[in-house]
Design a binder for this molecule. Structure first.
Ligand code: HSE
Length: 350
């Protein structure tokens, strides 16, 4: 089948997806039976281009990576804004990967709504809208008969939402607990080795883990958005930002970290969601955990999440929580689900 995409936002994640689609074109066609074409790209800084026949991704990536306007692409219509691309392009699916705003969710919320109103599927890694108004957006997508998928909002391409929703279907998840922010875990790991907080943060920024405004990481906002998504999507909660106690890692000193190490413990920024007296509660806070806890062994920018359910007890998934290709892969996985549902690769795997 042919699946036409429009990408809104052509920063790290949008380019990561384009790179994957370019490299894997033949493989995706042969193994999954899907031929993807990107018909439009719109970016606030780089401009926009719409070419119904499908854009050459290598050319587009070269322009963007060299900091040139994508309007310099040789073919197509230039100058459409994001809303015009969403509404008027002949895309089947909109890939929304603009800047995450955890306060207003905009402009992404309006992009999502425009996609649903235009009868287009939407895939995203944008946490703001999903954390702020998942229920309304999911209802709107359902009403319009389109798919709304966002695997990459939690732990990038590590398949936590799919794991819980599909592979753990039939269990009752009682509790979810884990390390959901790579930047803070990286900082804490480096501080254990003796690096200062500011040097470790600078390294995390250089490696591309940190949010555009790293306050979102170190003050726990990014982990907060992720626990709200887990609570509302997987446990049927209706939590708002103000319902979740949040504390970041900025109050931790090298002495705190040293004292914990002497007691064979480690500081970790832990996100938690659980059922409590018939409701769903969540929190984000640094905790000391014993070195024997599986989460204590998770170092660097790696994330991990433990699901505890009625039949299985704790099941832990460990993997990347950020990165260009890692997050791009989450989008690819969502796109494949839209294209071919659960049939992906079944002949290869079973
Ligand atoms: N800033 C985030 C992190 C990126 O450090 O985990 C992925 O959400």
């Amino acid at each position: 089948m042919h699946h036409r995409l429009a990408i809104i936002g052509f920063g790290t994640v949008g380019r990561g997806l384009a790179e994957i689609l370019h490299k894997k074109k033949e493989d995706l066609k042969q193994r999954c039976g899907v031929e993807f074409s990107v018909v439009a790209v719109s970016d606030l800084l780089l401009g926009s281009v719409y070419w119904e026949k499908g854009l050459k991704l290598s050319q587009l990536l070269n322009l963007a990576n060299e900091g040139q306007s994508i309007a310099a692409y040789p073919d197509g219509i230039k100058g459409w804004d994001s809303f015009r691309v969403i509404k008027e392009s002949r895309a089947d699916t909109i890939v929304e990967v603009t800047y995450t705003d955890l306060k207003t969710g905009e402009p992404a919320i309006s992009h999502f709504k425009a996609a649903f109103e235009s009868g287009k599927h939407l895939v995203t890694t944008n946490k703001g809208p999903v954390a702020l108004c998942y229920r309304d957006l999911a209802a709107m997508a359902e009403e319009r008969g389109v798919q709304f998928r966002f695997e990459g909002t939690v732990m990038s391409g590590t398949p936590v939402l799919n794991l819980a929703a599909r592979t753990l279907a039939g269990t009752t998840i009682k509790d979810i607990r884990g390390i959901l922010n790579g930047t803070t875990n990286y900082i804490l790991t480096e501080m254990e080795k003796g690096l200062s907080y500011s040097a470790a943060l600078k390294q995390a920024q250089e490696m591309g883990y940190a949010e555009a405004n790293p306050e979102a990481d170190v003050e726990g906002w990014d982990a907060l958005a992720k626990v709200i998504i887990l609570a509302n999507v997987l446990l049927g909660g209706d939590l708002k930002v103000q319902d979740v106690p949040r504390k970041g890692i900025t109050g931790l000193t090298p002495e705190d970290i040293h004292r914990a190490a002497q007691a064979e413990m480690r500081w970790k920024l832990i996100g938690k969601v659980q059922r409590e007296n018939g409701s769903v509660v969540a929190s984000v806070a640094p905790e000391t955990i014993p070195n024997s806890d599986p989460l204590a062994g998770i170092g660097g920018a790696t994330n991990a999440l433990t699901f505890t359910s009625d039949f299985l007890g704790p099941v832990t998934i460990v993997g990347p929580g950020a990165g260009r290709l890692e997050t791009g892969y989450a989008l690819l996985n969502d796109l494949l689900h839209i294209s071919v549902g659960d049939g992906i690769g079944s002949k290869d795997f079973w």
